[in-house]
Structures are given as structure tokens and as C-alpha cells.
Design a protein around this ligand. Structure first.
Ligand SMILES: Nc1ncnc2c1ncn2[C@@H]1O[C@H](COP(=O)(O)OP(=O)(O)O)[C@@H](O)[C@H]1O
Ligand SMILES: [Mg+2]
Length: 321
């Protein structure tokens, strides 16, 4: 294994990597990662997946900004950005093609696909023996109605949702949501009630960020209501990582094959933590505000170590041709 050059001392052995950032916004994460990658000695081209192309005139079959007829040694996917079904399929196809061409992609397109689709992630958690809330996903209104009849109240989530958007509580009285609002797939999960502090309900869940098979940091998110995403107004609170949290978060990342991930955990009434969901492109601004761990730098270092180890990066002297 080749060692990385130390502390920004770029040499002709330095990896030249690409960082795919969000199209609009996301400047905070983009600049932190770019700086961290540079500080660890890499040459960095920061761009978006939208700027990439397939091109039969190119030696590599692709046009990647900053890489004339060459490919990067590694690709850090901070975001694939929102888009139409065709745009997302195309951007994932670029990531698949980069991997198939020997580029170390962090997280790989297959991982992003498994995490974006909440039903696949839940299936994989369950298959790996991780505790999850009771969940059913189907296109069938009869199955969904039966699940509601027996396990109400439920949480209904958009299959491809994030940041708490479109998450709703349903019960016998409300009935099933309009299938149009869910793109015709019911992802239904048993509602986990808040814990009780005297007579005051405590709305909280836990977010753990995992990188290269180890937990980096955790926070509790305390909300005014039951949807405790920071984006929905919940407040990050510092917590020490427990063994239970670490094992579940690392297990969840392993279940989907993620290089790095944000894992949401929620406490069942019996006190046991359950794996709620996983995010393959997690934001960490909220978590950074309550931890001393330099999350961006840790992620950058783990990524660059993987790039160096990757057999696709055989010759770091010249980017993959
Ligand atoms: N089954 C559930 N029971 C109670 N609260 C839930 C449940 N599922 C989600 N929530 C709340 O809603 C938030 C968003 O749900 P989540 O599954 O993490 O989707 P998203 O991708 O939108 O973040 C969670 O952080 C949690 O506060
Ligand atoms: Mg979440």
C-alpha cells in the first residue's frame, strides 16, 4: 500500500480526485471537503454530476470536467442533486461507469440506489438482523389497508424522501394517503411514540455518521414535534457514542455497503434502539455544531486512503487512462 503524502505536500504521487457537490446550495459542505482533501495532499476538481457526459469521441467514453481523456483516481459523491427520473438515472449511470472504469467511487452508485429507496434499505437491515420498526412497502392498497387496520398509527413516507419532507402520521380515522401523494408506492411503518419525561413527551432521535466502518460522531435531535430532522427545526444536542449506537450504525452502513453514511436511530418504548433509515449523502453541519470531531477531514482522509488502496489507482503518477 502506498502512503498518502502528508499535510498538503502535493507530489507527483498525489491522487487527483473529483468531488461531486450539490448543484444549488451546499457551499458549506463543498468548501469543507475541498479544503480537507487538499490539506491531505490531493489535487481536487470540484464539480457536479450534471457537468459530466458520456462521449464516444473520448478515449474513456466519458467527459469529466478537469480530466481531458483521463479519469480521476477517486470520486467523492457528496451529492447527486435533485432531478427528473432521467437526470438521476443518467447521473447514477456516470457513477456506475466510473466504478466500472476502475475509479474508486465513495459512495458507489449501487449504495446510493440502495439508500435512496427506503424499502431496499429496510429490507437489507432486516436481512442483516438489525432491529427495525415494523414496516411494509407495496403498491397494493389492500395490503396497505390491512397493515393500517392492524398496526395503526403508522408513519407514511415517500419512498425517495429526505429531510422529513412528506412524512405523515396516519391512523384508522385518516385512512391511507392519496396514492398520488406517494408516487403510488406505500412505505408504511409503525409509529414509534415519544419517550415520556414525567408527563412531557420527548421527541428525539439519534443521528450517527459512519465512515470506513467506524462511527465518527453522534448527536441527539430534539424536536418540538415528532419529525425531528434538523431541516424541520429540531435542535442538535451532543451525545456520547454508546456501544449500542455504534454497533447499529456501523451494522446499517455495512448492510448497504456504504463507505460513509448518516444513520438515524429511534428508541422503541422498551428502550431498545431501532434503525430508522440511512442516508448515503448525509449532511453534517448540525452534527458538526455539537462535536469536536472534524467530520469533513475524517471523511476526506478515509476516502483518500481508500483511493490509494484501490487497485484501480495502480499508478498514481498519472490519472487512470
Ligand atoms: N416510525 C417512526 N416513528 C416515529 N417517528 C418517526 C418514524 N419514522 C420517522 N420518524 C420521524 O420522522 C423523521 C424523518 O423520517 P426518516 O425516516 O428519517 O426520513 P427522512 O429521509 O425524511 O429523514 C425521523 O427523523 C423521525 O423523527
Ligand atoms: Mg432521516
Amino acid at each position: 500500500m502506498q502512503a498518502l503524502p502528508k499535510n498538503g505536500n502535493r507530489t507527483d504521487q498525489s491522487p487527483h480526485v473529483i468531488l461531486f457537490i450539490e448543484e444549488s446550495g451546499g457551499v458549506w459542505h463543498a468548501s469543507r471537503l475541498t479544503e480537507a482533501l487538499k490539506a491531505s495532499g490531493a489535487t481536487v476538481t470540484t464539480t457536479t454530476l450534471k457537468q459530466c457526459a458520456f462521449d464516444t469521441n473520448s478515449k474513456t467514453g466519458m467527459k469529466i470536467p478537469g480530466f481531458d481523456n483521463k479519469l480521476p483516481h477517486g470520486a467523492f459523491v457528496r451529492s447527486i442533486s435533485t432531478g427528473t427520473l432521467e437526470q438521476i438515472t443518467f447521473r447514477l449511470a456516470i457513477l456506475h461507469a466510473l466504478r466500472d472504469s476502475g475509479v474508486r467511487v465513495w459512495n458507489d452508485a449501487r449504495v446510493i440506489e440502495r439508500c435512496v429507496d427506503k424499502s431496499t434499505a429496510t429490507f437489507l437491515f432486516k436481512r442483516c438482523g438489525l432491529p427495525v420498526p415494523m414496516t411494509q412497502t407495496s403498491e397494493r392498497a389492500d395490503l396497505a389497508q390491512n397493515f393500517l387496520d392492524h398496526h395503526s398509527p403508522l408513519v407514511s413516507k415517500p419512498l425517495f424522501g429526505s429531510q422529513g419532507n412528506g412524512v405523515t402520521k396516519i391512523d384508522a380515522k385518516s385512512g391511507l394517503p392519496d396514492p398520488e401523494d406517494l408516487a403510488h408506492v406505500y412505505y408504511l411503518q409503525r409509529y414509534i411514540p415519544p419517550t415520556d419525561n414525567g408527563n412531557t413527551p420527548v421527541f428525539a432521535d439519534w443521528r450517527v455518521i459512519v465512515s470506513a466502518g467506524r462511527p465518527l460522531a453522534a448527536m441527539m435531535r430534539k424536536g418540538k414535534n415528532w419529525i425531528t430532522n434538523v431541516h424541520q427545526g429540531a435542535t442538535p444536542q451532543p451525545v456520547a457514542l454508546t456501544t449500542e449506537m455504534s454497533d447499529l450504525a456501523v451494522g446499517a452502513a455495512k448492510a448497504v455497503g456504504a463507505d460513509y453514511a448518516g444513520v438515524d436511530l429511534i428508541k422503541a418504548p422498551n428502550g431498545e434502539l431501532l434503525v430508522l433509515e440511512i442516508n448515503s449523502n448525509p449532511a453534517w453541519k448540525g452534527l458538526q455544531s455539537v462535536t469536536g470531531v472534524e467530520i469533513g477531514q475524517e471523511l476526506a482522509n478515509d476516502f483518500l486512503n481508500a483511493v490509494v488502496q484501490h487497485k484501480g489507482a495502480r499508478s498514481l503518477a498519472s490519472p487512470t487512462e
